[in-house]
Ligand binder design. Structure first.
Ligand SMILES: *[C@@H]1O[C@H](CO)[C@@H](O)[C@H](O)[C@H]1NC(C)=O
Ligand SMILES: *[C@@H]1O[C@H](CO)[C@@H](O)[C@H](O)[C@H]1NC(C)=O
Ligand SMILES: *[C@@H]1O[C@H](CO)[C@@H](O)[C@H](O)[C@H]1NC(C)=O
Ligand SMILES: *[C@@H]1O[C@H](CO)[C@@H](O)[C@H](O)[C@H]1NC(C)=O
Ligand SMILES: *[C@@H]1O[C@H](CO)[C@@H](O)[C@H](O)[C@H]1NC(C)=O
Ligand SMILES: *[C@@H]1O[C@H](CO)[C@@H](O)[C@H](O)[C@H]1NC(C)=O
Length: 687
């Protein structure tokens, strides 16, 4: 689910614009964005560079007004980045821009900042529109009020206009009627008596607005007889809770202490060095958090070995499972329709991230100008009392051996709040070479208004499309699919995808008392279509990404494997319009040859896209992928059948996956890691 709201807009987004346009700096004030310069080929555009883009575009189209839908770094060629070394001069910086001049078509421009000119102009031949600008969304929110019919629907329900909160919803794409115009759907809530207006939907009322003209196309009102839920006990703020209730046993404040300071370093704002890892970290308006050039220094050879050239969330598909008029279109593609970075929030320094965290700002564009979204990434070392490795030998012997190492991790985190939902995206680096990615879902499960107050009133045959979570409110069933783009470069760019299949092998009675065992067969995947994989417990495989050109001392190819965690698959009809647009969810694993222009699993322009530019289209070209620079796509899914505990705000649900070394190192890479000693630590004993 995905949206801003009028209130949110006025309270947070406007203040964000106003305050941030004055260039508020990050918490520690270490970063003066006015004077920042790029020092790494992957560094995001600076405030100065974005201003330069504006100047260049003004002279490019004299006397024309322009709107900027996206301004990001045009990343240099991968071959250049791979050869670049710290201290080398940067190649001329370029910006990749999506803009519109007057009411012309959406153009994709490459702006050369050094030469001060537009290098390249293209239109998108495929369907879809870019992310609307914040100004367009804000304007669309006011459009329905030009309609007397809309006003009447609001007043008829007894809602005071001052309590109205409205949300700009992406419409998906459902055929011809919606072609050739950009549309947006507006639905509203009552914020009377609660901050949690999501629990008070004005059910069935939808205004369809033309985003270009800001005219109302249609008002749909299918909910006249559905009461607005009262929103009792829906306030989630701490101060609103019943503090005289002594049954809840609070947990004492907790934090992690590092008596000698953190062990990671942030160089030139974006380069992170921790344990044997080093990687580049940056915010991106669309992808959220981007990891580049993650490398691990081999503890034996000292060599800095590449693992991941680039990792990020490429798209996020959230289809709701209610086919009725006011709900069928809610099939969001949040990254391409709203932007995971644009919706990233300033993190709470004591609760979103631990006290030892370092914060990073985002420099994005709103109202055609650069602005700072402060503290949207935090980086911290995390220790949850876990064990990295251990063994005890001869527990009862006098000369017993006991070796244990604490498991400390480095986390890079961003939280995107896309309307009601909060996505917590973590990239976790372990000293044993493992990279774990976790997605936490929290926030507010959106509800649908209903006449029912109790399940006993609901006829047996009626499909509620969800769970009655409180009186007059149904938490609607939905899915989330996070598409990860993982350009693995395991010890070099040319890699192969190997399916390591585990199958039952029968034995013959004369050879063994056993009837069966598990046999491993390694299958090198030759082309894209063969790489399309659906996970199965009964035909399991390991998914190895090896460098066939590099062998270990004992002759195994060096590799990393993808280790899926809990996952869910889309069960929608392949021809269902939302499934076509999100065809990247047809499989959990895809592997494509590296292509600089294949980054966004749902297509380049996603708003009202038809599904003609998805990962599925590219992959069906069936290009060779053996011993080539390849990209792994992993689709992480969640089914969500809401329950009462999701009301009024959801406890976080987490899943993820690992990228784990497999024959990459010659032995356990943290063998030499020291244990903690008593004198190293400050301990506050429990009382
Ligand atoms: C940032 O740098 C500019 C130009 O040097 C200066 O005018 C401004 O005061 C600096 N801001 C902060 C917060 O240090
Ligand atoms: C831009 O507008 C000005 C003032 O109206 C006019 O003098 C000038 O010729 C225009 N330039 C172009 C390139 O159309
Ligand atoms: C609808 O109501 C709003 C808010 O009271 C008002 O500003 C607007 O003029 C009304 N529109 C019409 C067509 O009456
Ligand atoms: C708060 O909790 C106490 C103890 O359970 C209960 O007696 C009281 O009625 C509650 N107050 C409210 C406002 O719910
Ligand atoms: C990768 O393989 C291609 C052929 O597919 C070859 O041209 C290129 O040199 C190889 N790159 C490396 C780094 O080995
Ligand atoms: C790279 O991707 C673009 C967009 O999908 C496609 O048009 C082009 O043919 C691709 N190039 C190769 C070599 O596959």
């Amino acid at each position: 689910m995905a949206y801003f709201t009028t209130r949110n807009c006025y309270l947070t987004i406007l203040s964000l614009l106003i305050i941030s346009l004055q260039l508020t700096t990050s918490k520690a004030g270490v970063n003066n964005h006015t004077t920042n310069v790029a020092r790494h080929p992957m560094d995001p555009l600076t405030v100065q560079e974005i201003n330069q883009v504006r100047v260049i575009l003004s002279s490019y189209a004299t006397n024309k007004s322009f709107s900027l839908h996206s301004v990001v770094l045009e990343e240099p060629l991968k071959s250049y980045v791979l050869n670049w070394r710290q201290g080398d001069p940067l190649s001329p910086r370029k910006a990749s821009v999506v803009a519109r001049f007057d009411d012309g078509p959406f153009l994709m421009l490459v702006v050369d900042l050094k030469l001060g000119r537009v290098d390249q102009v293209k239109t998108n031949p495929l369907s879809g529109y870019p992310i609307p600008t914040l100004e367009e969304m804000l304007a669309a929110l006011t459009a329905p009020f030009s309609s007397a019919q809309f006003n009447k629907s609001i007043s008829d329900r007894g809602v005071d206009f001052k309590d109205l909160v409205c949300a700009p919803l992406s419409p998906g794409w459902y055929g011809k009627k919606e072609e050739n115009k950009r549309i947006i759907k507006i639905q509203c809530f009552s914020a009377e008596n609660t901050v949690n207006f999501y629990m008070r939907p004005i059910e069935g009322l939808t205004a369809v607005v033309n985003l270009d003209t800001n005219q109302v196309i249609e008002i749909l009102d299918h909910g006249k007889h559905i009461p607005i839920p009262k929103g009792i006990n829906s306030d989630y703020r701490f101060l609103a809770q019943n503090n005289s209730n002594k049954i809840n046993k609070p947990i004492n404040p907790i934090s992690i202490e590092q008596p000698t300071g953190p062990s990671f370093k942030v160089k030139n704002d974006h380069l992170i060095k921790w344990a044997n890892w080093e990687f580049h970290l940056k915010p991106d308006p669309r992808a959220g958090l981007v990891i580049s050039q993650a490398k691990f220094q081999d503890p034996d050879s000292g060599e800095l070995r590449s693992v991941l050239y680039k990792g990020m969330v490429s798209e996020l598909f959230v289809p709701y499972m209610d086919p009725t008029e006011s709900w069928y279109f809610k099939t969001y593609l949040d990254a391409g329709e709203y932007g995971l970075g644009l919706t990233a929030v300033s993190l709470d320094p004591y609760n979103d991230c631990p006290k030892n965290a370092h914060f990073m700002d985002g420099v994005f564009v709103a109202d055609g100008k650069p602005y700072i979204q402060s503290n949207i990434i935090c980086v911290f070392e995390s220790y949850g009392g876990d064990v990295a490795w251990r063994h005890t030998e001869g527990n009862f012997a006098e000369n017993k051996v006991r070796e244990v190492r604490p498991k400390v991790k480095l986390v890079a985190r961003m939280v995107s709040t896309i309307g009601n939902y909060d996505y917590i995206i973590d990239w976790i680096f372990q000293s044993d070479g493992l990279i774990r990615t976790e997605v936490g879902l929290s926030g507010i499960a959106i509800v649908k208004g209903t006449k029912y107050k109790n399940m006993k009133e609901v006829p047996k045959e009626e499909d509620l499309y969800g769970t009655l979570v409180t009186e007059n409110a149904i938490g609607v069933i939905h899915d989330h699919y996070v598409a990860f783009y993982l350009d693995l470069d395991v010890d070099g760019s040319n890699n192969s995808f190997v399916k390591v299949d585990l199958r039952r092998q029968e034995t013959s009675p004369e050879k063994s008392p056993r009837k069966s065992y598990l046999k491993v067969t390694k299958n090198v995947v030759k082309t894209e279509k063969d790489a399309q994989t659906k996970l199965s417990l009964y035909e399991p495989s390991e998914f190895h990404f090896v460098n066939p050109n590099k062998k270990t001392q004992v002759g195994n190819p060096v590799g990393y494997k993808l280790v899926p965690g809990a996952n869910a698959a889309s069960l929608l009809d392949l021809e269902d319009p939302p499934q076509k647009r999100a065809a990247f969810t047809n499989n959990q694993i895809w592997v494509t040859p590296y292509n600089q222009s294949e980054l966004w699993a749902g297509g380049l322009f996603v708003w009202q896209s038809h599904g003609d530019d998805t990962l599925a289209t590219w992959s069906n070209r069936d290009r060779p992928i053996e011993n080539k620079d390849i990209v792994l796509w992993y689709i992480l899914g969640f089914h969500h059948i809401p329950c009462q505990e999701d009301f009024p705000v959801m406890p976080t649900v987490t899943s993820g996956f690992d990228l784990k070394p497999v024959n990459f190192f010659s032995k356990n890479p943290i063998l030499a890691a020291p244990p903690n000693f008593e004198n190293d630590l400050i301990v506050c004993p429990s009382t």
